[in-house]
Design a protein around this ligand. Sequence first.
Ligand code: SF4
Length: 370
Amino acid sequence: MNPTFSSLERGEACPASHVLPRVLVTHEWTEVGIEIHDFLRLVAPDPAFTSRALARIADDELRARCAAIDLPTALDRLMNVRAECAYAIDLETASVRFLGHNLERAYTNLAPNEIAGTLDVDADHVDRTPTAGDWKSGFSELTPAEDNLQIGVGAYAVAKARGADRAIGRLWFIGQDGRIRTDEAEFDALDLEHVLDRTRHTVRRIREAEARYSAGETLTVHRGPWCTYCPARPHCPAMIAFAREMLPALEQDRAALEMLLPDQLGEVWERARLAAKIAEEVIDSLKKFAATHPIPLPDGRKEVRSHQGSTTWVNGHRALEMLRERGANDEELAPLIGTTRYPVFSAKLRPGVGRRKASKTKPAEVDGHG
Ligand code: SF4
């Protein structure tokens, strides 16, 4: 299976990730990312949509984060801004074709030598240089724009589509508070050729891995920051081996928790979070299987199977809006609105510590059976 623009970076670092069985796992933060992208899809080409796009977001915190996004700074010196533009690159002929807008990543009728992808932003710099941009709102470590293959291939697509010999690629990091950091790189003709070479090389290695996997060979996997959103994680030999090793370590941590020093507790936190994430992915994968095939449990008496559950919910924001439309005033509504405060635990930078510059980590080789 050919990679898309957004999975090229992972494919370059770990070709096996495109070959091992894949499971589509959604996390809370991927859904947040989808909502932010949806908001930007509407407002980047036309900021006049901002208030309507914000009104579509039900979650207060997420709406505030989107409202704080400084679009004029992100789109500084860009014109003809379009969103969600899909392109295909033919790796044999090096040609590019425009596939359409808002295809929701459904690329049909691709030739075997074509790879496809969607640019969050497709624009022209004020000096007319074609520009491709990508919004990032997640937590994974990212390669800087100048080395980032997803950004490079986006730049290649817009350059070739417009008959230009250079292009700009922009990466935007959207912080929790909505603030944006821009990382921009310019690709000249030589850089664009280099991007094409890297892409061809990556696809060739994925095809070689496919052939080895089909022949029952052992695949080498490469762990690194690119693993975060890898759909092959539940089937990845490195992840499975890691989870196996982690269980005894966690048992020891549990027994010794009260005697550990703060630094050691930090290590336990990292280990436990990773274990929880892997367990969540395995359970998601099992649920998908159990939806069609009950899974017998080892006690021989029970099995996991899907059954119909239901939840009744009320859209509080819409209900308040309707009450206001019917004349309720703030005093009357006050008993319906409350704030619950609860502690939230997450990893944050220590006071006085700056953000680490994104860098490409050298892949660590781990052998395993595919
Ligand atoms: S999770 Fe496994 S298969 Fe996926 S990128 Fe990481 S090492 Fe490769």
